[in-house]
Design a protein around this ligand. Structure first.
Ligand code: URA
Ligand code: SF4
Length: 189
């Protein structure tokens, strides 16, 4: 396991998969490094690639607004990262081989943070981190425990932008996440 500085340095120079060739910036992650709650997305989009920050476009704004409702913020008490650190061209889903090449960085981030709760943003992260046949429409908001970490998934912000009809379910999931935080976290609130 690498420390934060060495991990970030290696990640910023990484050429382990083909996404290195088309990226502008590596999107390493953002937030507080002693967070008890970690959010994991799929991969950078255009705005993230251009800025090097996760979730900064329209979806990012929606995510920040939703998190604020339950007193979570990347400035204060969460850490946000992605399955792959470089943008897939045309925002396609990251290939399995790209996820496999990259997941070591994420695992190292999880090992450094030692979160109590991991929230997968969307089905790609949930399928990799919770279960390969995870069904986001049916299983969002449910809890799974893995290696002592409470894991759940909510709809991806981009899905909520495409289909605002899903927002009430996500609002309920956020309330449930807040309840779980109160149950298992000691310094998030
Ligand atoms: N979508 C993601 O999954 N991650 C980001 O960082 C931005 C958009
Ligand atoms: Fe390396 Fe991950 Fe970027 Fe691929 S996506 S080049 S594995 S940092």
């Amino acid at each position: 396991m690498l420390d934060w500085d060495e991990l970030e340095r290696q990640c910023r120079h990484c050429e382990k998969c083909a996404l290195a060739a088309t990226r502008t910036n590596v999107v390493f992650g953002a937030g507080v490094r002693d967070a008890e709650v970690m959010l994991i997305g799929e991969g950078p989009g255009e705005n993230e690639d251009l800025t090097g920050e996760p979730f900064v476009g329209r979806g990012g704004k929606l995510l920040d607004d939703m998190l604020e409702i339950i007193d979570l913020s990347r400035k204060k008490n969460i850490y946000i990262a992605n399955m792959v650190k470089c943008r897939p061209p045309q925002n396609r889903d990251p290939l399995n081989e790209e996820q496999e090449a990259c997941i070591g960085y994420l695992r190292n981030q999880v090992a450094l943070i030692r979160p109590k709760i991991i929230v997968c943003l969307g089905r790609i992260a949930a399928m990799k981190l919770i279960r390969p046949d995870f069904k986001i429409t049916r299983e969002h908001g449910q809890w799974f425990e893995k290696a002592g970490i409470h894991m759940t998934a909510i709809y991806h912000p981009a899905a909520l932008l495409r289909d605002p009809g899903k927002r009430p379910e996500t609002f309920a999931d956020l309330q449930e996440i807040q309840r779980k935080i109160r149950e298992v976290c000691t310094h998030t609130y």
